[in-house]
Every structure is written in C-alpha cells, then in structure tokens.
Design a protein around this ligand. Structure first.
Ligand code: GLV
Ligand code: MG
Length: 350
C-alpha cells in the first residue's frame, strides 16, 4: 500500500501557525481559468475589466514567459495582485516547475507579499504525490511565517506520462488539492505523441466507416485524442472531491474546434477550461454553464420527485434516483452560474 498519512493526521496543518486545511473545497464557479502574462504592463492596467468578465484570473509565470522576463512576471503578478479589485473573481498563479531556477522565489515572494489574496497555486509538470507533498509543506511554512489565515490551494497540471500513471495518488496527496487540468501540449511531448498541436483533435486520429462494394468515398471519423486522459483525470478528481479541468486550446483561429473540445470535457465531467485568448472566454461561458433547456428539464425532475426516490415518467422518459442525482448536478451548477451571471440567471429562471 502506498504510504499515506493516517486519517487522524491528514487535516493537521503542516507547520505550527499555518491555517487548518479546508475539509471541503470552497464553492466557487470556475468556468474558465483566464491566463494573463503579468510582465505585460498594458494587460496589467486592464486587469479590473478583465476580472469582471472571467471567473478566475491566473498570472502565468511558467511556459510562454521568456527566461529573461521570469522575474518581471513575478514582480508584475505581485503588483497586479496588490492593486487589482477582483471582486468575486478568483486569483491564481501558475508558478514555474519544481526543478526550475525560479520556483522557490516564485512561491516565497508571492506568499510573502500577497499570500492573503491568493486562492490557488497551479503547479506544472506534476509527476507524483511527492511533488504535491513538497509544495504543501513549503506553503504551510510560508503561511505560518507570514500569518496567512486562509489556506492556499494547489491545482496540479496533468501533463507527464508519469503524472497520468500516478493521477490517483496525486489527487489524494493533500487536503490542499483543489483539482487538476489536462496539459495536452506537455503531455503529448512526454508521451511521444506525434502531434505539434496544443490540444484539440488531429485529422489522422480517426476510424474509417466500413468498406462497401462500389463505394469509393468512405466516411472518416475523427476521434478525441484526449478522451482516455480526461476520463482518468475526472475519475481521480471526483473520487477525491476535487475539480477536473480541460487545459489549453492553442488554435485561437478555430473557435468551433475549441468549443467542441471544451464541450467533450464538460460532458465527461470537467468544470472549466483555460482561456488563453479573450475570444475563448465566451466559448467557456457557453460550454461550462449548463444549457437552459437541460436546466428546465432537470428542475422538472427535481420537482416531480421531491424526496429523490421512486420512479416517474416525464415526456416519455424514465426518471429514478439516479437521474434525480444527475438533475441535481445540473441545477446546482446552474444556481452557481446564476449567482455570478445575471443574464443566465434570468434565462434559467433562477
Ligand atoms: C499546458 O501547460 C500544456 O502543456 O498543455
Ligand atoms: Mg505545460
């Protein structure tokens, strides 16, 4: 059996003076994690209006930030976190990976300066629970040192073959775990997949329709390259009460394909995705807010079965305890969306 802390010790703070870990995740709507490059002053100056449009603002310090801008990005994130008025929008940062020359200063300086404003640290290239244990301990020491009252959560990027192998142990590594995002670009490289794309499908990953005599034009059906990993991640996350996310979609010019990829993830259980470009914000809102008609139908199920048991027919469709639970997932999500998004609240009648 893998070595894990006993139930008695699992929720004990890892440093004297650090806050108690959460027993259950704070309830928040996180349909998109919107990436900003914090060394860019122009973007920083617009942060309040960006924050008003998204559920989470993430200051990215890792990949896509040039090596000679890493310190400027860290300093820019601290400035932005200090000055911004984010309202109910979450504040996250993606730090550099554990073996990089920047990670220790990323965490130490950010927690020291703005640890009381930071909701979540996104940790890239997580290979196993040992990576989470290290950051968990470090965060506890820094929280204690700087008098942080609210525990800072950890969100792991699932983007190495070893990480996918260890996904369940990563999910269970600490009560500080918030969730995970699929990182299709690094994962493709780590696995030796033959693609240069950042997420999405690939025209060569397909199946052919059956051969029929005289028919030369056989149908070809593209498959979802990420189906297996998303499924594995969703099961690991939900088994541990964490939140699963699809990550980046790199082709900003193909909104339809981005929407299809996000929607597959949503239907499989993911609660959000990354937005790397402003035009992906509305796509994520559309996909990760439940559909109005589904919400209306789900509400009818809940109303028809007030105590959640028995069986009823609605529009010729059988409903029982299991569909009542499905309906509750949708109505609970709609209620969360409605609290943040007045237009959708009206459409849901909530
Ligand atoms: C994200 O970090 C990815 O590698 O896809
Ligand atoms: Mg990556």
């Amino acid at each position: 059996m893998a070595a894990t802390r006993t139930p008695a010790k699992f929720y004990t703070p890892l440093a004297i003076g650090a806050p108690e870990p959460f027993r259950a995740l704070p309830v928040r709507i996180e349909r998109m994690i919107h990436f900003v490059p914090p060394h860019n002053e122009k973007i920083r100056s617009k942060i309040n209006s960006i924050a008003a449009q998204v559920d989470v603002v993430l200051g990215n310090l890792e990949d896509a930030i040039p090596a000679d801008q890493k310190e400027a990005a860290r300093a820019g994130f601290i400035k932005m976190a200090r000055e911004a008025d984010l309202g109910t929008t979450g504040l996250w940062t993606r730090i550099n990976c554990l073996n990089s020359p920047w990670m220790l200063d990323d965490v130490s300086e950010i927690v020291a300066s703005v640890g009381d404003k930071l909701d979540v640290v996104m940790l890239p290239k997580v290979d196993g629970p040992w990576d989470i244990h290290y950051l968990d301990q470090l965060l506890a020491q820094l929280e204690a040192k700087h008098g942080i009252q609210k525990p800072i959560l950890i969100h792991a990027i699932l983007e190495t073959a070893e990480g996918v192998n260890n996904v369940e142990a990563i999910a269970g590594a600490s009560p500080r775990m918030h969730g995970m995002s699929l990182g299709p670009a690094d994962l493709a490289a780590s696995r030796g997949m033959k693609t240069t794309r950042v997420g999405g499908g690939h025209p060569d990953y397909s199946v052919l329709a059956d051969q029929t005599e005289g028919e030369t034009d056989r149908g070809r059906f593209q498959q979802d390259l990420w189906h297996y990993t998303v499924g594995k991640m969703v099961d690991a996350c939900l088994a541990y009460g964490l939140k699963p996310f699809y990550g980046p979609f790199g082709d900003f010019s193909d909104a339809a394909a981005c929407e299809a990829q996000f929607r597959n993830a949503f239907l499989q259980g993911c609660l959000g995705a990354w937005s790397l470009h402003p035009n992906q914000i509305d796509i994520a809102k559309r996909v990760f807010s439940p559909d109005e008609k589904e919400v209306a139908f789900a509400r009818r199920i809940l109303e028809a079965m007030p105590d959640g048991t028995g069986a009823v027919m609605i529009d010729g469709k059988m409903q029982d305890d299991a569909t009542w639970k499905q309906a509750k997932v949708i109505v609970d999500l709609a209620t969360l969306v409605a609290a943040k998004d007045p237009e959708r609240a009206a459409a849901y009648g909530l």
